[in-house]
Design a protein around this ligand. Structure first.
Ligand SMILES: Cc1cc2nc3c(=O)[nH]c(=O)nc-3n(C[C@H](O)[C@H](O)[C@H](O)COP(=O)(O)O)c2cc1C
Length: 135
């Protein structure tokens, strides 16, 4: 599966809301982040960490649902609980699944993220499920 594009950077602490919502994310420290504004959206993605790839779902955008919106590039890594602050990661954006939405509550955002997870796991299963991997 060829990546649409790739972004690398150091993981920094977000505002830690993701953890409370049940979807912790690794946020990238990106000097000059405005060059990524046109890529805003939600994606099935992989993240490479110390040479190993993990599946996840990534978001690029302004996070209009939050009280204090700010532009970020972030990824929720599936089945992953390690603390990776300060580590250098590479996110490969494989398929764009939707636009960023301004939800009227965090509950609605979480509901949508649950659906995003199902969709992204399906998209990525060919890469990570040995039964369907023909290589
Ligand atoms: C897969 C995914 C989809 C997201 N979609 C939206 C969205 O549509 N609208 C929005 O305002 N924020 C969206 N977000 C951003 C969340 O608001 C953000 O991850 C959350 O507030 C936690 O931020 P924090 O890591 O800075 O604590 C999305 C995040 C992810 C990982």
């Amino acid at each position: 599966m060829t990546a649409l594009f790739t972004i690398s950077g150091i993981v920094v602490k977000g505002n830690q809301l993701g953890r409370k919502l049940g979807f912790p994310t690794a946020n990238l420290d990106l000097p000059d982040a405005s060059r990524f504004h046109h890529l805003t959206g939600v994606y099935a993605a992989t993240v490479e960490l110390e040479g190993v790839n993990f599946p996840g779902m990534a978001a690029i955008g302004f996070r209009p649902t939050l009280n204090q919106p700010s532009f970020t590039v972030e990824i929720n890594i599936f089945d992953f609980s390690r603390d990776i602050y300060g580590e250098d990661i590479t996110i490969r954006f494989l398929e764009r699944i939707r636009d960023e939405i301004r939800f009227s509550s965090l509950e609605e955002l979480v509901k949508q993220m649950k659906q995003d997870e199902v969709e992204c796991r399906k998209i990525l299963s060919v890469l990570f499920n040995p039964d369907t991997n023909t290589q």
